[in-house]
Write a protein that binds this ligand. Sequence first.
Ligand code: ZN
Length: 208
Amino acid sequence: MADLNKDKDVYTHDLIGERLCLDFANTVSWHDSKQSQEWLTSYEKLVNWCLHADILKKQQSLLLLKKAEERPSEAKKVLQQAIELRESIFQIFSSISNEKRPTSKDLSILNSALVNAYKMMRIVPEENKFSLDFLNREETLDGMLPPIVQSTVNILISEKELSRVKKCEGDPCGWLFLDTSRNRSRRWCSMADCGNRAKARRFYHNKK
Ligand SMILES: [Zn+2]
């Protein structure tokens, strides 16, 4: 039986990207190094991360995990697809943070995911307007991907946001974030993590 509590470690993962797609890109530790560490090692971990990131509700997560148990090979494929999409998002925004153009290969992976995402989009009536949402995320095993794609598109089509995509200066951290600080001064994924390490290194060098 699917158990959401099995993956408590997922909940210790920081969401520091300021945008969903950047947090998703950060589901690898030391993303820029050969010793990088994959977090999404199973479909279950993917679902749990999406619950943690608020893409899925608890009920939707349980339904997806149940479906994945019935269709393990399809679930495995979705996990591969999610990781491929994540790596493209990572490469696209890494390039942009480096003032380079993303490769057409990465853009085409994103574009394929976009076609699927649009298929799930619905106009939902609200009180005085309509909103755009992705319905029935629990219906297909890849139902959590469209909101991530939408978040990616939202940054790409916004000049203002695009110019604020940065990569943590802690080498080889590789984590991405949107610098929402007023004077665009953010340099680290987190001050407690890479920020502190840099400070300690500076201290050591000064002493030398
Ligand atoms: Zn960092």
